[in-house]
Design a protein around this ligand. Structure first.
Ligand SMILES: O=C1N(Cc2ccc(-c3nnn[nH]3)cc2)c2ccc(Br)cc2C12CCN(S(=O)(=O)c1cccs1)CC2
Length: 233
């Protein structure tokens, strides 16, 4: 098998994306609030909403730092952000949640999320996804690039310049493919497994859209940013 090596450009691109991914984190006090006391379902929901709002802000900042993103057509930039936020947020939540939270906390958070008015038929696929991400033991470079690949999905609704997005995503996929070979030499199909998670994310985002409707019915409140990005109300 030929020796896989990253080019100088690929290493620079990877560094830029990882730095952006790590630079923007949600304020830990928000996540900590979830862990503190026992709240009612409504208060839990409000905390998750607050956290989701910070997550979206963090994802917008991360996206702006993806090399090439800001040179895309402005309306396409918006279309990519709106189309990918739920998937990118769930991917990042699963990554951070399994890494950041000491075991005891995960149990508490799981129970808080369960008790926040999220329907069970959504909890199961969500936690299956979260576990399947944890089992991959992605290095942070893989996490950051996989998140960028999710955002640069050319087939999002209303994207006009399909080619331009495809070219950017292709560059990321090439870096991720090499990275997987270098980081997981024993697992031939590791790269394919990572991409398989993106399919699982699409299913989650369909569930999420359904949930939004039911939350809207039971007049759950969302922040202006989430209403804007999720077309709520
Ligand atoms: O909140 C979640 N969590 C807990 C969580 C998320 C992120 C951090 C964190 N810490 N530091 N950086 N990030 C900590 C805990 C989590 C964990 C795994 C998966 Br899969 C998914 C989630 C959601 C994502 C948002 N939804 S949501 O349905 O969009 C919704 C919005 C409003 C009310 S409910 C709920 C589940």
């Amino acid at each position: 098998r030929e020796k896989v090596e990253m080019t100088k450009e690929q290493r620079a691109l990877m560094k830029a994306i990882v730095d952006a991914y790590n630079r923007h984190q949600i304020p830990q006090d928000v996540a900590k609030k979830l862990l503190q006391e026992q709240y009612s379902a409504e208060e839990n929901f409000l905390l998750l909403t607050e956290m989701a709002t910070s997550q979206v802000q963090v994802l917008v900042e991360f996206t702006k730092n993806i090399p090439g993103f800001l040179s895309l057509d402005r309306e396409d930039q918006i279309a990519l952000l709106k189309g990918s936020t739920v998937e990118a947020m769930f991917l990042r939540s699963a990554q951070v949640f399994s890494r950041k939270m000491p075991n005891g906390h995960t149990v508490v958070l799981e129970e808080r999320i369960r008790k926040s008015g999220i329907p069970d038929e959504f909890m199961t696929p969500m936690f299956n996804f979260y576990k399947s991400i944890g089992e991959l033991h992605m290095v942070q470079e893989e996490q950051a690039i996989l998140t960028a690949i999710t955002i640069l999905m050319p087939d999002r609704p209303y994207v006009k310049d399909h080619q331009a997005v495809e070219r950017l995503q292709e560059t990321m996929l090439n870096v991720l493919r090499k990275l997987c070979v270098l980081q997981h030499p024993q697992e031939q199909q590791y790269f394919a497994r990572l991409l398989g998670r993106l399919t699982e994310l699409r299913t989650l985002s369909h569930y999420h859209a359904e949930m939004l409707t039911s939350w809207k019915m039971n007049d759950h409140k969302f922040t202006p940013l989430l209403c804007e990005i999720w077309d709520v109300q």
